[in-house]
Ligand binder design. Structure first.
Ligand code: URA
Length: 212
């Protein structure tokens, strides 16, 4: 798989500017949501950089040509519920033909292990490039479990996209899935004792949906 085992930090000034606005505790729910949608478009742009294109015959107003196109129908975005849904909106603006899957996991209070409560992905995953999205790669536990489940459907390739991560999350993720590249807008300092990324942006789901 292209870019396997790597962490791509998308440090474009536009991404960093929007991320700083999102981090600010004064930013409203609606602005936070819009910013995540905008950043997701920019992340999608980078994530698709190495996707193969095929040529199709078209006619411009001036001449016929063989024009390169992305095989968008073969892309499957998979949201890790619930905050992953905040990334779908922007990515689907850039990849309107992509299919969409969802995976929901909660943490068992006794075992502290992720337990699946929802899983639905399109048919024919073997022909698709999966882009798994979750804004925060924090402890890494949900992402590791989600990717393990998605691997059962044997997609053509898998990439993991988040907005923010930290060294602890990357280490856990890469120990379990060294073959899967991570795309992120920033690697923050650390996790705190409540498993929040520091400095981070708080609870992405709550800020996205206004649930706190
Ligand atoms: N999930 C969040 O939403 N925020 C964090 O900082 C860590 C995990």
């Amino acid at each position: 798989m292209a870019g396997a085992g790597t962490v791509h930090v998308i440090d474009h000034p536009l991404v960093q500017h929007k991320l700083s606005l999102m981090r600010n505790r004064e930013t409203s729910t609606s602005t936070f949501r819009n910013l995540l949608s905008e950043i997701s478009m920019l992340l999608a742009y980078e994530v698709c950089r190495d996707f193969p294109t095929t040529k199709i015959a078209i006619e411009t107003p001036v001449a016929p040509m063989m024009a390169p196109v992305l095989d968008g129908k073969k892309i499957c975005l998979i949201s890790i519920l619930r905050a992953g849904n905040g990334i779908l909106d922007g990515m689907l603006k850039i990849l309107p033909s992509a299919r969409v899957g969802h995976i929901g996991l909660y943490r068992d209070p006794k075992t502290l292990l992720p337990v699946e409560y929802f899983y639905k992905v399109p048919d024919g995953m073997g022909d698709r490039d999966a882009i798994v999205v979750d804004p925060m790669l924090a402890t890494g536990n949900s992402a590791v479990a989600a990717i393990a489940r998605i691997k059962e459907s044997a997609p053509r390739s898998i990439k993991f996209v988040c907005l923010l991560t930290c060294p602890e999350g990357i280490a856990v993720f890469q120990a379990a899935h060294p073959d899967i590249p991570i795309y992120t807008a920033a690697i923050d300092e650390r996790l705190n004792e409540k498993s929040y990324i520091v400095p981070g942006l708080g609870d992405a789901g709550d800020r996205l949906f206004g649930t706190k």
